[in-house]
Design a protein around this ligand. Structure first.
Ligand SMILES: Cc1ncc(COP(=O)(O)O)c(C=O)c1O
Length: 366
């Protein structure tokens, strides 16, 4: 089976990092002792916050480190006034959207271009909905693979600033760029933007660590939520990661990942150009995802298509859950959107999988 649904790092990457994690945890416990086995460090292990403060050039007191990116995003959503409106990209990380709705917030989706956000649509939504927050994934976006241009990213932040909307960038794929270039980091001032990061895809999902960089005035409300609900995060993990960063091993491992994932990304781009050039596919430069549109698969053909693809050895599902409700209406008649997750697959599987989607689309549509 070629499974395009597995949003996980490749097994090879886990095998590579396994001895480093084993050694790292042991050293962290021996080095920090009861400090990482006891309650404490409620905003995250202090040395890790300091290392992150250096990376983002901010005061470590503005950083909260937690058990994964999703946890800190969740704590942040909990700290917002109930029933806030949040603008998200038209297609986004579905769990973030579910979580926001669960805390009683409203979601509206903003249109995207290959450069990032459609700025006039964002301005229109800000004027009509008075949102509290904009949440975006500017690097190798989940699920479209889009990386915002620097100009677009700045323009979004400016527009948010002008209308007093908090701008939050989920940068968890920033360092996962495989085309030999580096993404320009987001600069942070006292008032923002908010940054949300994660080591899940860059170290391992099991070690589960993420962080948020907050504007000064938001540290208080988020800290209150932490004190009431989470207390301390997993401290041995954070101790291991802070030493891993400080020793330069994290950067070396990122280079290993870039080399590992590049041929997979190249295979995906080749296959998309070969079989889906008519849908003008996004050129993938990193991350984990691409979104393919099967323009001929209308709603009535969807189930038949997904089953036929499965019978041909490829697992996919409709990406409907990643779209905001206002966008789902607009997408009607545009065909089936499918999210392709590539890092855990081999280049040959990726090419064969994409080719299968095209073949089955043609056979289902006669
Ligand atoms: C956009 C985005 N943000 C955050 C996360 C957070 O992950 P975790 O909670 O595993 O650190 C993910 C993981 O898939 C993601 O795709």
């Amino acid at each position: 089976m070629i499974n395009f649904l597995r949003g996980v790092p490749s097994d090879e990457s886990l095998e590579e990092i396994k001895p480093l994690v084993a050694e790292g945890y042991k050293n962290a416990i021996l080095k920090y002792g009861t400090d990482v086995l006891q309650y404490g460090h409620f905003g995250g292990f202090k040395p890790l916050r300091e290392a992150l403060g250096n990376i983002h050039d901010v005061d470590p007191d503005r950083i909260v480190a937690g058990n994964g990116g999703l946890e800190v995003i969740s704590l942040f959503f909990k700290s917002l006034p109930h029933n806030s409106t949040i603008v998200m990209e038209e297609a986004t990380y579905d769990r973030v959207a579910f979580d926001a709705v669960r805390y009683g917030h409203q979601i509206v989706g903003v249109e995207m271009t290959s450069e990032g956000v459609n700025l006039s649509d964002l301005e229109r939504l800000i004027k009509t909905h008075s949102p509290k927050l904009f949440y975006g994934i500017p690097f190798h976006q989940n699920p479209t693979g889009i990386t915002y241009s620097e100009e677009n990213r700045k323009a979004v932040a400016e527009l948010c600033g002008k209308h007093e909307v908090i701008c939050a960038w989920d940068i968890c794929y920033q360092t996962l760029r495989y085309d030999g270039r580096e993404n320009t980091p987001v600069t942070v001032s006292d008032s923002g933007p908010v940054l949300m990061g994660s080591f899940t895809k860059t170290i391992t999902p099991g070690t589960k660590c993420g962080y948020i960089v907050l504007p000064k005035e938001m540290v208080g409300p988020v800290t209150t939520v932490i004190a009431n609900t989470r207390i301390n995060p997993n401290l041995p993990t954070q101790a291991f990661i802070s030493d891993f960063i400080e020793a330069g091993e994290y950067d070396a491992f990122l280079n290993f990942l870039h080399d590992l994932y590049r041929p997979k990304m190249d295979a995906l781009n080749r296959a998309m150009d070969l079989y889906f050039s008519e849908t003008d596919p996004v050129r993938i430069t990193g991350g984990f995802f691409a979104l393919v549109r099967l323009s001929q698969i209308t709603e009535d053909k969807e189930d038949r298509f997904i089953k036929a693809v499965k019978d041909a050895g490829v697992s996919i599902s409709s990406a409907r859950a990643v779209f905001a409700p206002n966008i789902l209406k607009k997408n009607r008649g545009k065909g089936l959107f499918v999210r392709l997750i590539f890092p855990a697959l081999e280049p040959e599987q990726i090419e064969r999988g994409v080719a299968t989607l095209k073949e089955v689309e043609q056979s289902v549509c006669g």
